[in-house]
Design a binder for this molecule. Structure first.
Ligand code: GDP
Ligand code: MG
Ligand code: K
Length: 282
């Protein structure tokens, strides 16, 4: 049968391994693979006419290249090109967990958000309009409780629909970086768009423009052999001082702050905190 390669990505303790076990546990062999300093597991499950090959990736808060985990997850996205990313988030801690989601949105893989530990969100008395939140992010969101298996069929059905390009909730959004960064970014972004045949196919030109602006060494190495690389770097070196002078902070900080602002705005419209103490604060 047809195969869907699924990458499980999320913060540490977001329930990735619980999800992994709930989906694939006991059904097929599970073994470590290629992890030297970090641990990733791969398992299989048949459902809905598909063979799911699921990779449980190390937990990470971001996709910069600062920790072995971040680097590992990023390289998995680049080299293994999963068909669908399942982003596990803690439903009761979205303010922090959605940061990684916004970084994934920049890369624009086929993606589903698993709103895990939904039982805890409900127990806290909080209310989340996840359809509205998903619409704002352009990513389908499915409430799940990995511990009990609740919502897993809906999650897999959504993975299939997204894989088959027939989930109407999927939309590629650009998170606005604010006027100063957007203006500085434009010449590089336009240039990368016209040189897009030189770029790796799976990631959008805007992602590369933002990463070059951030002086991301991993992406620089990834693009170094492109025929027009030197010109891109020249454009970047013209843009960066503009941003840093006007904002008084480095580009990376500026981009991160815009993402947090976007998340905070989206949650104001969709999330009502509960009055009760939360059982867990992951
Ligand atoms: P990982 O670090 O992302 O692989 O997270 P784990 O799967 O190890 O889960 C972290 C903790 O959250 C464990 O103690 C799990 O038992 C717990 N957990 C996972 N899923 C759920 C859930 O849906 N509801 C609740 N209440 N706890 C969960
Ligand atoms: Mg784990
Ligand atoms: K999307």
């Amino acid at each position: 049968s047809r195969t869907i390669n699924v990458a499980l990505i999320g913060n540490p303790n977001s329930g990735k391994t619980s999800l992994f076990n709930a989906i694939s546990g006991g059904h097929e062999h599970v073994g470590n693979y290629s992890g030297v300093t970090v641990d990733a597991k791969r398992g299989e499950y048949r459902y809905g006419g598909y063979r799911f090959v699921i990779t449980d990736l190390p937990g990470t808060y971001a996709l910069s290249a600062y920790t072995p985990e971040e680097l590992y997850v990023r390289r998995h996205l680049v080299n293994d090109t999963p068909d669908v990313v399942v982003n596990a988030v803690v439903a009761s801690n979205l303010e922090r967990n959605l940061y990684l989601t916004t970084e994934l949105i920049d890369i624009d893989p086929k993606m589903v958000v698993a709103l895990n530990m939904y039982d805890e969100l409900e127990a806290s008395g909080a209310v989340l309009d996840y359809e509205h939140l998903g619409a704002m992010l352009g990513v389908p969101m499915v409430p799940v409780v990995a511990k009990t298996g609740r919502g897993l069929e809906a999650l897999l059905d959504t993975v299939i629909a997204v894989y088959e390009n027939r989930d109407p909730r999927v939309r590629h959004i650009h998170i606005n970086n604010g006027p100063v960064v957007e203006q500085a970014l434009r010449p590089l972004y336009e240039r990368l768009r016209s040189d897009r045949d030189e770029l790796p196919k799976h990631f959008p030109p805007r992602y590369f423009a933002m990463k070059l602006l951030e002086r991301d060494k991993e992406v620089e190495a990834q693009l170094a052999d492109c025929p027009h690389f030197a010109e891109w770097i020249a454009l970047r070196d013209r843009a960066v001082p503009q941003v840093e002078e006007e904002l008084g902070e480095d580009v990376e900080t500026a981009l991160a702050n815009q993402k947090y602002g976007f998340i905070s705005g989206a949650l104001k419209e969709t999330f009502t905190p509960g009055g009760k103490e939360q059982a867990q604060t992951t």
